[in-house]
Each structure stands twice: as C-alpha cells, then as structure tokens.
Design a protein around this ligand. Sequence first.
Ligand code: NAD
Length: 338
Amino acid sequence: MRVLVTGGAGCIGSVLSGILLEKGYEVTCLDRLFFGLDPIKEVANKIHLIKDDIRWFKPEILKGIDAVFDLASLSNDPSGELEPQKTLEINYIGRVRVAKLSKKYGVSRYVLASTCSVYGFREEILTEESSPNPLTTYAKANVLAEKEILPLADKSFTVTALRQATVYGLSPRMRFDLAINGMTLGFFKNGKIPIMRDGKQWRPFIHVKDTSKAFTEVLEADPEFVNGQVFNTGSNEQNVQIFTLAKLIAESINLPFNYEWYGSPDKRSYRVSFNKIKETLNFKPQYTPKEGAKEVFDALKDGRVSGDDLRTITVKWYKHLLEMHTVIKEVEINGAIL
Ligand SMILES: NC(=O)c1ccc[n+]([C@@H]2O[C@H](COP(=O)([O-])OP(=O)(O)OC[C@H]3O[C@@H](n4cnc5c(N)ncnc54)[C@H](O)[C@@H]3O)[C@@H](O)[C@H]2O)c1
C-alpha cells in the first residue's frame, strides 16, 4: 500500500514516515523542506521524496497512491499570525486542494492533521460535537479545512480529521516551541521551568509516537467507523493544567521544582474528551508527559539534541525565512533558493 505524507519531513511527519516504513508501507513524502532534509535523512533512501508545495504540486504524483496523510502546514498559532493570508492559503486552501485532488486521482483514504486548538477558550469538557471556538488564524484555517474536506467523504473516498492534542517528545525535527519540550529545555538550560501565566490553563497532550500511531490506526480501521469522522486525538488522562504539568516535569527529571513565570495570561484553555477515539478505535497512548520530558531532558544532556538550534522554534525559523524572502516568494535560481 502506498501512502503519501504531506509535511513528511516535519515533527510528526518524520516520525510517522518511520512507523509506516516499519509496518511495510511504501512512503512518499511531499514537503517544502522548510526545516531541511535532516529530519528524514535516516529514511531518505527508503522513501520517495518530492520537494514541492501543497499549493502547486503536479497532481499526477497522486496516481497510484492509496492513502494521503495531510500534515503540511504552518504548524502553530504564532507562525500562523506572521502572514495570516499565507496561513489560509497553505493550511486551508492548500489542504482542500490536496483532498480534492486525492479524490479525483482515486486515492481511497485521506486523513487531515487537525488540532484541538480549534476549541480555543472553553470551560466545559469538549467533545467532537462541541462547537469550535477558533481564536487564531491557525485554528480558523483548521476549522475551515475540516468544513470543506469532510463532506468529500463517500463510499470510495474515506475522509477522517484528527484533532490532535499538543505533541511532546523527541522527533528528528525537534520542536522546543511545544509546551512540554520547551519547559524541559528551560529546566535544562536555567534550572527553572518557564511557566506561561497564569498556569491554570488546561491543555491536552500526546506523545509524537502516539499521535503518529493514531494515523496508522485510522488507516487500518474499517472505513465504516472512520469515514466522515472527526476524532479528538489524545487521552483523557493527559488533559493537564500548565502549573501541574511543570511539577510533573520536575518530578520526572528528579530535580528540585524551580520555576519562573513568563508572558501575559494565556487566553487558550481547553479540556478535551477523548472517549470517541478510545471507544471507536480502542486507541490508547503508550507514553506519558513524564516519560516525554525525561527522554527530551536526557537527549539534551547527552547532546543528541541541541537546545540552541533556531529551527526548533517554529515561529522564529519562519520569521527568519521570511526575512530572507524565502518562504512565500520563492525563486529558484540554479537550484539555490533565494
Ligand atoms: N505538533 C503539534 O503539537 C500539533 C498539534 C496539533 C496539530 N498539529 C498539526 O499536525 C501537522 C504536523 O505538525 P508538525 O508538528 O509536524 O509541524 P512541522 O512544522 O514540524 O511540520 C510541517 C511540515 O510541513 C512542511 N510544509 C509547510 N508548508 C508547506 C507547504 N505549503 N507545502 C509543502 N510542505 C509544507 C514543512 O516544511 C514541515 O516539514 C500540522 O498540520 C500541525 O498543524 C500539530
């Protein structure tokens, strides 16, 4: 079975591609490689790599593809605000394009990488039936993409949207702009966990390997259970308030709990029910935030991961690329991106 992963060289995509290969799938990765080739260098000779953009790739590449996992996007709230129009072009219009072309070219399964941040700020526990409350361009683009892509589902085209919790853990495209990873890095560098004010905000979390596993479980599920469906992707146990999370991180690393506040109070707070994915797919994450923080801390200590690489802070890296006029107005001259 041939699977195309857009954004396959990203944080989740690189882990997911490895898992797919281990399971015996043929993997094609379509990615602009904004973070370079490093994240997929270990699997480069086992996958078919297409360096291109979801907004304008040649549709013929979809011929013979059985399933598409659509992960390419500007992947968090602050990056989405750098150029809101471009965020909509990529995260909304671009992914609708991928889905429509997939259907046209006979792909039988499509999975959209959506996010729990579509829920914004809410008091109650949120299910897939709760109305979204997107507070940022990034979250709005996800809501719009879901709205247009899910109705494409029919008997020959199985469409699923996974509203993923916030990811943590090690990835070949390491991200320290994700709460658990960033707090762990702060602890490693300064002996203090940076906590975003006021610490009472709720957030659901999931390990990068577990969210990748959710994609493969959807792929392998009977279409009857997943077609046209949205699944919150995570587990009830991993809804955590940020201050509590900081304590868990200190415990996992076995250091005294020192912390420092930063930022103005976070407006995003949401607690999510993951009953549907558990009951429908028997989905159970294997990793906990404590395990994730420990693996990240150990990798920093051993030097397997650098805490000073600009590419690990997504918004800073995209800002840097924009400053070099590379992201949107890309011009290729003699193979060099200007
Ligand atoms: N990481 C999380 O916590 C999280 C949580 C919820 C949802 N998501 C969603 O999951 C998906 C993957 O997230 P991630 O953490 O791996 O992000 P990432 O930024 O690490 O990866 C995104 C990849 O997409 C590529 N890309 C961006 N724009 C592109 C374009 N126009 N055409 C082709 N490739 C393009 C980038 O080069 C990058 O390799 C994203 O859609 C993200 O919004 C992530």
